[in-house]
Design a protein around this ligand. Structure first.
Ligand SMILES: CC(C)(COP(=O)(O)OP(=O)(O)OC[C@H]1O[C@@H](n2cnc3c(N)ncnc32)[C@H](O)[C@@H]1OP(=O)(O)O)[C@@H](O)C(=O)NCCC(=O)NCCS
Length: 184
């Protein structure tokens, strides 16, 4: 079984980042990230238009955590103490010890290695503490930065699932990538 003891919230630390629960105080930075059409481009959600919608995201992260359906970490840059992204595990399969990973970084912080650094920390946590066997990701074709991040973390491409996800009203294929505990 997967260990989903998320109380207290499992805070993680890397060289440059703290990964902790997203709080109301992160609202400005979360809004900046989620209102950016470039960040939302390959995802199911449309860029948000208001702080209330950003608050709804925070409420949703909390509810999903309470129900053990998803855990979302806020990615906090130590240098400024500001939220620069989020990363999550969700869609758990307890028997198979499997999860899906997700992540977003605010555009002005792209290409500085932050996604790779944050994901490495939660992958370590997933295999060592949560007892996961498989972590998978679904990437919309064209999202080459996302594929690159996963390749740097030793994920392998397994194939393409046709018309898997509804992205901005259009059915898109999904590239499936994964990493297994035994190869990590
Ligand atoms: C994908 C994303 C999280 C990457 O975050 P990041 O902090 O910039 O990632 P990193 O800096 O750790 O690594 C990015 C890598 O992609 C490379 N890259 C960037 N743009 C690229 C592109 N268009 N094509 C190919 N590689 C690209 C960078 O050069 C870097 O590789 P390198 O370290 O070998 O130079 C960020 O671009 C993002 O938030 N995108 C929008 C949301 C999203 O797509 N989330 C993932 C959904 S599956």
């Amino acid at each position: 079984m997967i260990n989903k003891c998320f109380d207290p919230f499992p805070e993680l630390e890397t060289d440059r980042l703290i990964l902790r629960q997203v709080e109301e105080g992160d609202l400005e930075q979360l809004f900046e990230m989620l209102s950016d059409a470039e960040v939302a481009k390959f995802d199911y959600f449309y860029p948000i238009n208001s702080k209330e919608e950003a608050m709804n995201f925070i409420g949703r992260y909390r509810k999903e955590l309470e129900k053990n359906e998803e855990i979302t970490w806020g990615v906090i840059l130590k240098e400024t103490n500001e939220l620069i992204g989020t990363c999550c595990f969700g869609d758990f399969n307890d028997g198979a010890r499997r999860t899906e990973i997700g992540y977003d970084i605010t555009q002005k912080q792209w290409n500085k290695g932050y996604a790779t650094e944050a994901l490495k920390a939660i992958i370590d946590y997933g295999f060592n503490v949560m007892n996961l066997n498989r972590i998978e990701a679904t990437i919309t074709p064209g999202n080459n930065a996302s594929i690159k991040v996963l390749e740097k973390l030793n994920f392998v491409q397994e194939g393409i699932v046709r018309e898997r996800d509804l992205i901005k009203g259009k059915l898109e294929d999904g590239i499936i990538m994964s990493i297994l505990k035994r190869e990590y």
